[in-house]
Design a protein around this ligand. Structure first.
Ligand code: GUN
Length: 292
């Protein structure tokens, strides 16, 4: 059994991004900028945003967080997004989800300029991912694919079972695997007899926030297990969706949770924001050339 070490790989990627940021600054005086919208007081969302902000600081990005009260109106968030869309110091915009129930999340995500959509949640980028075109890909599933690359795991032809069908993780994860020529099944809350699917899986990717959902009797020998879930136990300990202690004994590769996919999500946010900044820098250069 080998651990897929997301902590180590995310550090490596962060260092690469930091180096590229230095070069970009030297070359064109550009500093990648990320704007985050955080609505309400949810401690988990606040903690995620704080980690993202700290990573931006370490990489040399400019970053700004728009903290908004739980009672905020749709119009006020939309105004902020329009402002960020037009701000040339901002290359990436991230709306921390979930938003409060009075807010139309779909409308908010559709208002973010697709060129600044570093979370890959805009339908434009979703469509590009599904059709296997370049665009912005959601950070968590992108981080999983980076882990596969780092450990030379080729999913081509493998039976991959994705558990969870969210727009943030499950659906884009399935698209990325399909684009990499895997055979993909998506299981979700209404799936009958989950074990029947997982027992047949070469790769299990699970992110639903149910503690110990995947147990050793549900997996075959040599399985690759990617645990995307994070929950807190009654004792306050962070754990994933997989019974790591027992499932790891039957696995060829496995991610711990926490410390596996989580740090990769943040590394991919840096990488996506750098990608947006490079595209914007090139655009500004082309515009300056055209103006001459
Ligand atoms: N909420 C939970 N996960 C995520 C994520 O990856 N991005 C954003 N924006 N919100 C989230």
């Amino acid at each position: 059994m080998q651990i897929l070490d997301g902590k180590a790989l995310s550090k490596k990627i962060e260092l690469q991004v930091t180096e590229e940021v230095k070069l970009l600054k030297e070359k064109c005086g550009c500093t990648p900028g990320l704007a985050v919208v955080l609505v309400g007081q949810d401690p988990a969302s606040a903690a995620y945003v704080n980690m993202k902000k700290k990573a931006c600081d370490r990489a040399g990005f400019y970053s700004i967080t728009h903290d908004m009260p739980e009672s905020i109106s749709q119009e006020a968030i939309e105004k902020t997004i329009i402002m960020m869309n037009n701000d040339t110091n901002i290359d990436g915009i991230l709306i921390q989800l979930p938003l409060p129930s009075q807010i139309d999340t779909t409308k908010i995500l559709e208002l973010v300029s697709p060129e600044k959509d570093v979370d890959g949640f805009h339908p434009f980028n979703v469509g590009r991912l599904v059709t296997n075109l370049d665009g912005f890909v959601p950070c968590t599933p992108l981080g999983v694919m980076e882990l596969f690359k780092e450990y030379n795991i080729d999913v081509k032809g493998k039976n991959c079972v994705v558990i969870g069908a969210s727009n943030i993780v499950g659906k884009p994860m399935a698209s990325l695997l399909l684009n990499a020529d895997a055979t993909v099944e998506i299981c979700h809350i209404f799936t009958d007899d989950l074990k029947r699917h997982t027992l047949n899986a070469d790769v299990i990717l699970v992110g639903v926030g149910v503690i110990n959902l995947i147990t050793e009797d549900m997996v075959k020998d040599g399985v690759i297990v990617i645990d995307i879930g994070v929950s807190r136990t009654a004792e306050g300990k962070l754990v994933g969706d997989v019974d790591f202690e027992n499932v790891s004994k039957k696995s060829s590769y496995i991610t711990p949770s926490p410390g596996g996919v989580g740090p990769m999500t943040i590394a991919m946010l840096l990488s996506n924001t750098l990608k947006a900044a490079k595209i914007n820098a090139q655009k500004l250069k082309d515009q300056a050339k055209d103006a001459k």
